[in-house]
Design a binder for this molecule. Structure first.
Ligand code: HEC
Length: 206
């Protein structure tokens, strides 16, 4: 009988393996295009020079980030290399101070304190931390909070002072501004962005 012939089974195994490898390669190439910096879901680092918003997209039934007009971070326009270096430093600060012992970013880390992926868009900066820290921009309020979080508690859980320098705090803010611009397919679920952040669906990232 044909099915007793080992050649039949060998040919079946080889052809299904070939198809699977081809699918895996296609999926990998597609994923890299979506998740690399400058890819479909992840804006280039220079996005920190622009206003970032968050709108409920009816067609996708989830929130998507929007990239608006010029909104330089700390009043400075960073070129490609400066922006990348700053964001890289912010990531290193987050890693070296073990922020993820309490927080998560993109859902990875601990769940003691809020996920930080969209922290830049949190209404609390404008509503509470700007008046508390006597600053006038979200970026400055974040720096003031990150340098002395024990001085500005809003919640029953307090963040300890990790003695970040001003430069380290600024780098973290740049990193968090960039992560807030990434289309995370609605993650974290139920996050309410500041209604005052720039709108404009035409600029929505897909
Ligand atoms: C021991 C736990 C702990 C560690 C470690 C920690 N945090 Fe926090 N963090 C908290 C808590 C608790 C809050 C909420 C504070 C509040 O609302 O008053 C918070 C709030 C924040 C916020 C505001 C989030 C928002 O949108 O409301 C940011 C940003 C932040 N932390 C960044 C950091 C960074 C960066 C580090 C590392 C340098 C860090 N945290 C380390 C516990 C921690």
């Amino acid at each position: 009988m044909y099915t007793r012939d080992p050649i039949f089974w060998r040919a079946g195994a080889v052809s299904s393996l070939t198809v699977m490898v081809a699918i895996l390669i296609a999926l990998t190439v597609n994923t890299i295009g979506v998740i690399s910096t400058g890819g479909a879901n992840v804006p280039p680092y220079t996005v920190i020079n622009q206003a970032i918003g968050y709108v409920d997209d009816d067609s996708q039934h989830e929130y998507v980030p929007t990239i608006g007009g010029s909104d330089p971070l700390f009043g400075h326009v960073y070129d490609e290399h400066q922006a990348e270096a700053l964001i890289r430093e912010g990531k290193l600060v987050i890693q070296s101070r073990a922020c993820l012992d309490c927080h998560s970013v993109f859902g990875t880390g601990a769940y003691f304190a809020p996920d930080l992926t969209k922290a830049w868009l949190d209404p609390v900066w404008r509503q509470m931390w700007e008046p508390m820290t006597q600053t006038h921009t979200r970026a400055d309020a974040m720096v003031a909070f990150l340098m002395e979080p024990d001085k500005y508690p809003t919640w029953t859980r307090e963040m300890p002072n990790l003695h970040l320098s001003r430069d380290e705090a600024k780098a973290v803010v740049a990193y968090l501004k960039w992560t807030s611009s990434i289309n995370t397919n609605g993650f974290p679920y139920g996050f309410q962005a500041d209604p005052d952040t720039p709108k404009g669906k035409q600029a929505a990232l897909r």
